[in-house]
Design a protein around this ligand. Structure first.
Ligand code: FAD
Length: 285
């Protein structure tokens, strides 16, 4: 099923993001987590591609398992900055063979010391290309607090509109901890004429290292209330985890009350966290 059609059913979409294991580990290392998370019946799973040193080939393997064995929709991430058209053609062919029609079309990060290939400069160009290659349902990424490479929010939103005009039928946001940043961004997209559903990306923070990495990589702001919690419990892993889950639940409740199109949970492959959150919001969806 095309995931974009799920948004037309008039309910809040609830989805999980998972990542494949590192290159050196077999796929089996996340199967236990997946088995537990599938019981929570998300509307779909998205599977990252090449992020954090994972093997891109495993994205397909995991997406296929989710779609063809679990019977849950899979959204395969696909980056283009280090690929040429032949590389992308091969991935698209493999996805089609596995009956996977939903793709999150991404540029990918520009890595120092690795000269980007030249066929695709932006995710919007990847969307345009994939549209010529078959009947895929495309999604795109968006950034409530502005993408790190963008000059400003106006430019970023103009570029986002190109991605939507080139075929992205729904968007998933970068994580954020301040809902008001998401609401301001959402309003700006509407003013810019972006009329596709936008899922809010929520990352339950469960350890201190994770926060530091996220802030330096994504440039997200940390509200005072959030920093206070993190400081108070930084040396108590269980309390920090519980506080991180509680904070994410509070964000989600507020987002749903404000009629968000969907919640995309960055699960970090952690079934405990996913289960706690789904349990707390089950009646709200
Ligand atoms: P684009 O949409 O191409 O935007 C990148 C930058 O270029 C922005 O600053 C934008 O304003 C600018 N821009 C866009 N179009 C134009 C234009 N026509 N002219 C001038 N400037 C332009 N990374 C991975 O490696 N693997 C993953 O699986 C992965 N999953 C992700 C999932 C989500 C939900 C999100 C939010 C991010 C994910 N990322 C992943 C990270 C992503 O690859 C990076 O944030 C990357 O730097 C940008 O990708 P993009 O698709 O948003 O790029």
């Amino acid at each position: 099923m095309r995931i974009a059609d799920k948004f037309k059913q008039g309910k809040t979409i609830f989805s999980f993001e998972v990542f494949p294991p590192k290159k050196t580990s077999p796929v089996e290392t996340i199967l236990n987590a997946l088995e537990q998370m599938k019981e929570l019946s998300p509307d779909y799973f998205s599977i990252t591609y090449g992020a954090g040193g994972s093997n891109p080939g495993k994205t397909l393997e995991i997406a296929s398992k989710i779609k063809n064995e679990y019977g849950i929709e899979a959204l395969a991430h696909l980056t283009c900055i280090n690929s040429n058209k032949e590389d992308i053609d091969k991935v698209l062919e493999d996805l089609q063979k596995e009956n996977i029609e939903n793709i999150l079309a991404l540029r990918g990060d520009i890595v120092p010391d690795l000269e980007p290939k030249t066929d695709f400069r932006y995710a919007s160009e990847l969307c345009e290309y994939i549209k010529t290659k078959g009947n895929f349902n495309l999604a795109g990424a968006c950034y409530p607090e502005v993408h790190v490479d963008a000059e400003n929010q106006v430019e970023d939103i103009i570029n986002l509109k190109k991605k939507v005009d080139n075929g992205a039928e729904f968007l998933i946001s970068q994580l954020f901890f301040d809902n008001s940043a998401f609401y301001r961004f959402y309003e700006s997209t509407k003013i810019a004429g972006i009329n596709v559903p936008i899922e809010a990306g929520i990352m339950p923070v469960t350890n201190k290292k994770q926060i530091e990495r996220m802030v330096s990589m994504c440039g997200v702001s940390l509200p005072g209330k959030f920093s206070k919690i993190m400081q108070k419990y930084e040396n108590n892993p269980e309390a920090l985890r519980d506080a991180g889950i509680a904070y994410a639940i509070e964000q989600i409740v507020d987002l749903i009350a404000n009629d968000v199109d969907g919640i995309h949970l960055y699960t970090m492959n952690n079934p405990y966290v996913a289960t706690k959150i789904k349990g707390a919001i089950n009646n709200l969806l």
